[in-house]
Design a protein around this ligand. Structure first.
Ligand SMILES: Nc1ncnc2c1ncn2[C@@H]1O[C@H](COP(=O)(O)OP(=O)(O)O)[C@@H](O)[C@H]1O
Ligand SMILES: [Mg+2]
Length: 331
């Protein structure tokens, strides 16, 4: 079995399509025969609502067990002990969902303090920061997952900083607009700073205390074209899209913006996903990925062609992600 690869989907702008991406990539990996952890570390818990309907979520909350990320961490937070063993949800035999929790935002202050205290080599601080990696590791063990996908909220706060220490790779979903490109100029340097700060802290971890490696290596970006506003001329989006290769190199990789390929030939561009329009709504309604929609789900006539195309788009994307993240796919 290959070692667990943890991949975050991150951008400090909301509404770009991170959560939909994590959901579809998880299902495509499962299509290819891998077991997957989908970890919802955004306190808004949108990924959880992609996988579970309202009744299922309500039922989940009623059960008295560590079935959300916050519930697993709470004993550690309250100082009553270590982590509780996570009980992942199983929307499918091959998918382990670490459910999100609105209360997770209560952890922010503690995470901010712990980040500072890691520099003094305090064991508890490492346990607090490393909690996400530990929860993901536990969930992965339960389904023998080779890969974990992590959905994060759209901000540069202490929760995301700690969550990223659990991550080997980071995929950056972008929209073709000013805010996404500017956001990249923000998120890129921040990622680099976090990576360096964590490496310094990690070297101070006391012996025997788990401190995740947290390389947070950039794996590339995905251009999400659905974010296009139809009231603007198409040229405007082309202009922003054309800036992505340069902005990614400069801000995320710290390389000069020179010898830039056009976005369609940029090896760092993992995909340019289109607006799937009504397929997305149908998928959410059916609680299925768009590429598995059947006529019974409403995908009739021309929709079936769109479903097949969508399958190919995600297959291609997942193969690229696997390649960039050194994840071997079953043949
Ligand atoms: N490729 C796409 N085609 C059509 N709609 C999309 C696509 N990707 C995302 N959406 C829609 O855009 C909205 C925001 O997506 P979401 O994944 O929640 O973004 P984020 O997690 O970045 O906030 C959702 O309503 C989602 O259904
Ligand atoms: Mg989201």
């Amino acid at each position: 079995m290959q070692a667990l690869k943890t991949i975050a989907f991150f951008n400090n702008k909301g509404g770009v399509g991170k959560t939909s991406l994590v959901y579809h990539v998880a299902w495509m990996l499962r299509e290819l025969g891998l077991s997957v952890v989908a970890a919802d570390l955004d306190p808004q818990a949108n990924l959880t609502s992609f996988f579970l309907d309202e009744e299922e979520i309500e039922e989940l909350w009623e059960r008295n067990e560590a079935n959300t990320v916050w519930r697993a961490i709470r004993p550690l937070y309250e100082g009553a002990g270590g982590l509780e063993r996570i009980v992942p949800q199983r929307p499918d035999d091959s998918i382990a969902l670490v459910s999100g929790d609105l209360e997770l935002s209560r952890y922010e202050d503690e995470l901010s303090r712990a980040w500072a205290e890691c520099t003094d080599g305090k064991a508890r601080a490492f346990r607090v920061i490393g909690a996400f990696a530990e929860v993901i590791r536990q969930a992965a063990a339960q389904v023998e997952a080779a890969v974990a996908l992590v959905d994060l909220g759209p901000n540069l706060g202490s929760l995301n900083r700690a969550a990223l220490t659990a991550c080997d790779h980071v995929v950056l979903p972008l929209g073709p607009d000013l805010f996404s490109i500017q956001g990249l100029r923000n998120v890129g340097p921040t990622l680099r700073t976090w990576r360096e700060q964590w490496a310094q802290r990690r070297s101070k971890a006391p012996p025997g205390v788990f401190a995740p490696e947290g390389p947070m290596a950039p794996a590339g970006y995905v251009m999400m074209r659905h974010a296009i506003r139809l009231d603007r001329p198409v040229r405007a989006y082309d202009r922003w899209m054309a800036q992505a290769p340069g902005a990614y190199r400069e801000a995320v990789l710290g390389e000069p913006e020179e010898k830039l390929p056009p976005i369609e030939h940029d090896p760092h561009c993992l995909a340019r996903l289109k607006d799937y329009r009504s397929l997305m709504a149908m998928a959410q309604e059916a609680r299925k990925p768009m590429f598995l929609l059947k006529p019974a789900d409403g995908a009739i006539g021309g929709h079936q062609t769109a479903v097949a195309e969508c399958y190919d788009d995600f297959l291609d994307l997942v193969r690229k992600i696997a390649k960039r993240c050194d994840l071997s796919l079953p043949s």
